[in-house]
Design a protein around this ligand. Structure first.
Ligand code: IMP
Ligand code: MG
Length: 253
């Protein structure tokens, strides 16, 4: 019996549902369970949080004038990632997993998360044997989501059959991207799917789906850095920052 994983959320987010419900309700596949005992919204960054002045940190000079503020400094991302790795180890320790990194935005978070899980596997009596695989999605133009989500170079994922899959994504907005990806992955019949999302954005038209492991919940603003892009720019920035209006104009397509 799979417990209702949305229960833990009702107090804070009555409108939100765990991915498990979205997936199983549509496909009636209770065996593809996304279970989590400890579901959390992560570190909540409120709408009135002004961020840090860019002058307090170092960042590439080629982006001066293109950013409003640092919303999450790189060091804080790393500290939170370390804790997410611990939570994943507590839940999945001693299970083999296939880490499915969602490119391009997820590459940095995935690399750092896998690194931290590796460190825990070396320094405790529990380990998680991991394989790492990549999937590339594309849906955004400028700062707007486009209707059609592409899986770039979609390949056969039949090796996921019967496996425990951890999807690692940088940011979840409406949740449409993740829902599409979950359907795609689910078709290959894995034993279990869990989702780690570094950021969850508070958006008005959310599908209500949240990852099992959340780094930060952020305001509905367009953020870049730590591999998140605006038209392919800003991936080479360590901190997560809010793009400025002039930055949007400069790199608009
Ligand atoms: P969703 O389908 O609305 O959940 O959007 C998720 C996808 O949109 C992510 O995989 C990102 O590629 C992209 N995205 C959404 N918000 C941002 C943002 O603030 N910065 C960069 N990319 C974003
Ligand atoms: Mg993008």
């Amino acid at each position: 019996m799979v417990p209702d994983p949305s229960e833990a959320l009702h107090h804070h987010f009555p409108e939100r549902r765990a991915f498990f419900l979205c997936v199983s309700a549509e496909n009636n596949m209770a065996e593809v369970a996304v279970q989590s005992e400890r579901r959390s919204e992560g570190i909540v960054i409120n709408d009135d949080w002004p961020g840090y002045s860019l002058d307090l940190f170092s960042y590439p000079a080629h982006y001066s004038g293109d950013l409003d503020c640092v919303i999450i400094p790189h060091g804080v991302i790393m500290d939170r990632t370390e804790r997410l790795a611990r939570n994943i180890m507590d839940d999945l320790g001693d299970h083999d997993i296939v880490v499915l990194c969602v490119l391009k935005g997820g590459y940095q978070f995935c690399a750092d998360l896998v690194d931290r899980i590796k460190a825990l596997s070396c320094n405790s009596d529990r380990t998680i044997p991991m394989r790492v695989h990549f999937i590339r999605l594309k849906s955004y133009l400028n700062d707007q989501s486009t209707e059609d989500l592409h899986i770039v170079g979609a390949e056969d994922l039949s090796f996921l059959a019967g496996k425990n899959v951890l999807i690692v994504e940088a940011i979840v907005g409406t949740g449409k991207t993740m829902r599409t990806l979950l359907k795609h992955v689910q078709a290959f019949r894995p034993k279990m799917i869990k989702v780690a999302g570094l950021l969850v954005k508070r958006v008005p038209h959310s599908t209500g789906c949240v990852p099992d492991y959340v780094g930060f919940e952020i305001p509905n603003r367009f953020v870049v850095g730590y591999a998140l892009d605006y038209n392919e720019y800003f991936r080479d920035l360590n901190h997560i920052c809010v793009i400025s209006e002039s930055g949007k104009m400069k790199y608009k397509i």
